[in-house]
Design a binder for this molecule. Sequence first.
Ligand SMILES: C[S@@+](CC[C@H](N)C(=O)[O-])C[C@H]1O[C@@H](n2cnc3c(N)ncnc32)[C@H](O)[C@@H]1O
Length: 250
Amino acid sequence: MTRDAHTTAEDSATPEQGQLSVFSNERLLEQPSIALPPELTANTRLKMDGLHLLAALPDSAVPAAFFDPQYRGVLDHLAYGNEGVHRGQGRASLPQMSEQAIAQFIGELDRILIGSGHLFLWMDKFHLCTGFRDWLAGTSLDVVDLITWDKGRIGMGYRSRRKSEYLVVLQKAPRKAKGIWKVHTIPDVWSETAPQQRGVHPKPVELQAELIEAVTNPGDLVVDPAAGAFSVLAACQQRNRVFLGCDING
Ligand SMILES: C[S@@+](CC[C@H](N)C(=O)[O-])C[C@H]1O[C@@H](n2cnc3c(N)ncnc32)[C@H](O)[C@@H]1O
């Protein structure tokens, strides 16, 4: 990461250091008006390849997007081994994404985001620890935060047992918070009981709703090109935002 090279007042200030306030509860950034192509219906569960959905969207159009790839890495590197036999079965039957596909999705998401727009990237433990910079090559996205989701329910693991997942917060250049990120009450460890749905692993609706509130205006578009159980659609409905997303499985 290149954090040192980028360090600004945004990184070092705290709310207590009131005199240098980089925090604001207002949002000055507005989404340009865009006409969606007729084949893309908003606020529904579209069944299509996420790369086709993204390709149909114009450049610099969307203030926020979520991406939650079906990581092959977890199965390979944490050696579930028993996939297709026991608990791994539901997960293994979902379409996996190669590293190349993930990078392609991220490139497209970078293209459709407006300047200073956010990409919330759900990340498995393996990639978080070993690095994911290659996926950002050629984009103007940079890491601005990390949120740990405490799922409240203990899962599998050959060593420690997993109870959390990670959300990397990326921002398209220019990287800034003031006038862009307007909710300052979201803790970086978020407790929300994981919704249970066989096969898919829905992400926490409340957390995603808070993040949507922080970086978009009512009526703005939020994109999720690999939506699984469509938890981001539920979050958008809760906060009066327009959802555009799909899953290859519908
Ligand atoms: C981890 S799940 C997403 C879960 C989702 N965030 C939720 O909260 O329910 C990843 C999803 O990516 C989908 N997927 C895999 N390849 C895809 C592609 N090329 N286009 C769209 N969706 C894809 C899988 O079907 C799977 O449902």
